[in-house]
Design a protein around this ligand. Sequence first.
Ligand code: SF4
Length: 318
Amino acid sequence: MTEQHPEKVPVGISSCLLGEAVRHDGGHKRNPYILETLGRFFDLQPFCPEVAIGLGVPRPPVRLVQVAGGGVRARGVRDAALDVTEPLEACAQAQHAWHASLCGYILKKNSPSCGAMGVRIHGEDSEPSERTGAGLYAARLMANFPLLPVEDEDRLADPALRENFVRRVYVLRRWREALAAGISARVLTDFHARHKLILMSHAQNDYRALGRVAAGTGDLASRAEAYIQGAMTTLKKPATRGNHVNVLQHIQGYLKRALGREDKAELVAVIARYRSGEVPLSAPIAVLKHHFRNAPDPFIARSWYLDPEPGELALMNG
Ligand code: SF4
């Protein structure tokens, strides 16, 4: 594991994606975008489970095999007697404390150890079946930490998936910071207030239910757990243009008394242009921010929607 960088967001990553020559053939799968762009804001902490279980470099390649009677095992491609199923699962379990410290994890696609989804599963007689599996290390990681944002590296090339991943990473980081500072009823309702507009952009109705959890009564620890589970599940739903328009119009309501007729018409027009896809989301947001500089509002000023963290903003804008 690498040295910690507290100002960056801790994100685990398959070592080969950082250019480490740890693949079975002695090569790597360096991903320049991850290294040079995500690496500016993420503290990328590499780990190779196949090296960690002592397979060495180079090593015989393994693959996922569906065995008779059910179950998927990681076995050697050339020598089926090589079976690293339990070592890979135990390796993920052994990293539990490290995984608990992360705010995201980027995995190497198609790997029988690291792939998050769509990994090919073979039959015992070697015929390939559909790509429906997950690498065994990745599967245990995701089972242990269902709220952790996890993505295969190739999916981060898709702007919508990347934006969603980055958003979840930063929200989880803020949640961890809130927990570290000490959760209280006030902290929980404040966290919800600051994320309400973001949650609205993902699912219009979910934020209300989450608001009831945050403001409810009963055991605080249970409510906090229910809240973050609900929030991270909501954030997995893609933010849509229609939901963003609703959020922008909701924010516009806070300027009801501050805007003259011309300013209001300009704002309505830029939101309409965003709705029709003519301008990016940053255009109406820039206009709104301009107006809130002249007419500040305490709720809007503390919302992460208009003013995300610098890394969050930079990475979400690509
Ligand atoms: S995909 Fe995972 S197991 Fe394979 S070389 Fe990369 S880090 Fe190691």
